[in-house]
Design a binder for this molecule. Structure first.
Ligand code: UGA
Length: 437
């Protein structure tokens, strides 16, 4: 099947490569010439495990090409809209200008029977509005909302083997002609048992924002428990293990720490609240304000704990931050709690050095005033305190005895609760976790 993918960021670049892997003939389209040049040379413009190998593999088959020319979408049967929906500046709502530009841009190239398939995370109501645009321009084409649930760091496998497909079609009917076309697009994962649900447009849009809001709530719940554990002298990791054994609760996404960040959860819960307000249903989501507040409090708490760890003052303290990305296996620093904490510590007088295996150049662009050191061995030299803020495997595996000879003071704050406190304490370190006695 011929497919176009509009928007080649974290979502679109992976989607384009994976659709080619599934056997389709794919053109990836983006306005960013640099990004397109990189992708055309089979180089990923961001770090995502497995993506470059996949780009090379599918480009050798000739099934994947990239262009900045939207007219090359003509002739594709399915047009995926994969552009970003960032938070508006100074407001909670989502900025839909990229989605609107993509949808309007594709209209002249649509033929009867084509599908325009939205994958971006949008406020409920967007799909119906865009469906009307498509219907006016090309009455034989259809608009489907088909949200994406991939996680950065696992994007390739999540796209090739998702845990579900949701197709939002105008009438919510299995008989809608778009359903069989999308079934053909996803025939391989469907054949291997991936469930799919057909819904109407607003339900499909809400599935995505509800899922991300639930995940954010789960993380903030355990971080609220961490606050309580600190007050009561309990251990939040053991608490999470114990409540997670109830399979109605589950252990996943109950890791207390510095909170959630990234280009999705924070802006999605805010956009969801803003949209609920527009719909007159703001009361339904006021709890998300608390979810957001608990999450942001984690960052302040880490700054306070760092001050305590450094003996009461941050002034002139050499602090090494291990990790800048919002999570491991990613170079994404959008709303990264690690980087935000590093910047706050620096503002309060500490001399901060940040190290990360992949995210340093993105981090530098965001906070050029911090010191960056690519080699973690050099970064920890003479440090007065270490802060583990992104749980890259190499940081989780650090040896407290080996590290002891490099630092100036054996103090570590484990912002992700991934280290074994007894092991570090036995090696003479002052260890602090979050929500751990
Ligand atoms: C999230 C969702 O998990 C995806 O399903 C969704 O498709 C994606 O947003 C999106 O909307 O595009 P992602 O942003 O890649 O995916 O990252 P997550 O794995 O969800 O992690 C988000 C943040 O929560 C990270 O900062 C992570 O460190 C933090 N986290 C996660 C915790 O603090 N504790 C946990 O137990 C789990």
């Amino acid at each position: 099947m011929r497919i176009s993918v509009i928007g080649c960021g974290y979502l679109g670049a992976v989607h384009a490569a994976c659709m080619a892997k599934l056997g389709h003939e794919v053109v990836g389209i983006d306005v960013d010439e640099r990004k397109i040049a990189e992708l055309a040379a089979a180089r990923a413009p961001f770090y995502e495990p497995g993506l470059e190998d996949l780009l090379r593999e599918v480009q050798e088959t000739g099934r994947l090409s990239f262009t900045t020319n939207l007219a090359e979408a003509r002739g594709s049967a399915v047009h995926f809209v994969c552009v970003g929906t960032p938070q508006k500046k100074g407001e909670n709502g989502a900025d839909l200008s990229f989605v609107d530009a993509a949808a309007n841009g594709i209209l002249p190239y649509l033929s009867p029977g084509d599908l325009v398939v939205g994958k971006s995370t949008v406020p409920v109501g967007t799909a119906s509005r865009l469906a009307e645009l498509v219907r006016k321009e090309q009455p034989g084409a259809h608009l489907v909302w088909n949200p994406e649930f991939l996680r950065e760091g696992h994007a390739v496998s999540d796209t090739l083997n998702p845990d579900r497909f949701v197709y939002g079609v105008v009438d919510g009917s299995e008989e809608h002609p778009a359903v069989s076309i999308l079934d053909e697009v996803y025939s391989a994962p469907l054949a291997s048992g991936t469930p799919r649900l057909v819904t109407d447009h607003p339900t499909a849009e809400l599935v995505k924002t509800a899922a991300n809001s639930f995940l954010a709530t789960k993380i903030s719940f355990i971080n609220a428990m961490a606050e309580l554990c600190e007050a009561a002298g309990a251990d939040v990791s053991q608490l999470a293990d114990a409540i997670g054994m109830d399979d109605r609760i589950g252990r996943k996404f109950l890791n207390a720490g510095i909170g959630f960040g990234g280009g999705c959860l924070p802006k999605d819960i805010r956009a969801f609240m803003a949209r609920a307000g527009e719909l007159g249903a703001d009361q339904a989501l006021t709890f998300l304000r608390e979810v957001d507040a608990i999450n942001m409090r984690r960052r302040t708490r880490v700054v306070e704990l760092s001050r305590e760890l450094c003996g009461g003052s941050l002034l002139g303290q050499r602090i090494t931050v291990l990790g800048a990305a919002f999570k491991p296996e990613s170079d994404d620093v959008r709303d990264s709690p690690a980087l935000s904490i590093a910047a706050q510590l620096q503002l309060q007088g500490a001399v901060v050095t940040v190290t990360d295996p992949k995210a340093l150049s993105n981090a530098y662009q965001r906070f050029p005033e911090l010191n960056y050191e690519a080699d973690s061995g050099t970064a920890v030299q003479d440090a007065d305190a270490l802060l583990l803020l992104t749980e890259w495997k190499e940081y989780c595996d650090l040896d407290p005895y080996e590290l002891a000879v490099s630092v100036s003071s054996k103090r570590i704050l484990d912002g992700r609760n991934v280290l074994d406190p007894s092991k570090w304490r036995a090696a003479g370190w002052t260890y602090r976790g979050l929500g751990r006695s």
